[in-house]
Write a protein that binds this ligand. Sequence first.
Ligand code: 5GP
Length: 366
Amino acid sequence: MPWCRSIPKVELHAHLNGSIRSSTLLELASRFSKMGTINFHEVQAIILKGDRSLTECFKLFELIHLLTTDHQVITQITKEVCAYENDCPALFPVVEDFASENVIYLELRTTPKWNASVGMTKKSYVEAVFAGLKAVETVQVISNSLDVKQNGLEMERSKRIIHVRLLLSIDRRENTEAAIETVQLALDMQKFGVVGIDLSGNPRVGDWKTFLPALKLAREKGLPITLHCGEVPNQSEIQNMLSFQPERIGHACCLEESEWAQLLQSSIPVEVCLTSNVRTETVPFLPDHHFASLYNSRHPLIVCTDDPGIFGTDISQEYALAAVCFGLTKENLQFLARNALKHIFANDDVKEELENIFDLSVNITD
Ligand code: 5GP
């Protein structure tokens, strides 16, 4: 396990609000209860519940959004450390936690939200996330090519460097217009470090046709796409998603034989989230996880966490699980970690630069 922590890694499937530690949620809940808006003990029981079904997870997300949908909180959760009001305890350091796992490149995804009561628009939400990235002090965050030019990678060798980019998520509860708004926002914010679009949210809600115009717009404008695919059995949607040929998919748990064949033929990289799939019961038993089939077929796959805060995991733990369950050696894990760089939403120059950082970091570890 310490070895899994020490190797450089790439995280491509992590939801911002799913990456918040329970302790942070409890801290936020206590603030809300002091204002009389929630009952702390009821909320505490929900937050601290162990295993959750997929449906229960989405109930928890509703609660999390209630606690976090405020510009200041979003900025502070994204950022590494904060003193919210005078002597409040620090909030969860999402980016710093990934950096401490030796993640060198992170694609963090989040759903732009609007909340008229606090003057929040989708744009101001994403700006609050970027403000959080900018405010990180304990690690050096590179979120766009301008940061590279301005900071120079050599500048602060004393600090750990983490490349962080954002994917904007379309929530399956949204209508076509809202989904298009998210894609347009992503296009407008590319220069700040938005690199792609994700489709997520409760897989039992919404229809593929609703999101297609937005996804087509992203495709037309050259914005890469990743889709949550096959979390529940839904043959026609899975087929539509695979035929659309997104740049990556997440999960791929409930594929039937013909869809599985379609996936293998397509070479669409799969973001694999072991703990999440078992905890939400989309895969009944870890040794039966389709990781093994993908790996043995040499299909491109990336080990990811999904919601490390909610599922009490981290990326090093996910690598360790893969090793223990599927008999992977250190060399196999290192190959997987480096190979993940091939599937990031970045151009070849960035990939090459990160490969160099990876190799340098591996040499230091050795
Ligand atoms: P946020 O987008 O608010 O930063 O992160 C939480 C949101 O990500 C959830 O409300 C949900 O829409 C999406 N999400 C997180 N985990 C999962 C998952 O395992 N499956 C799906 N389909 N969506 C998820």
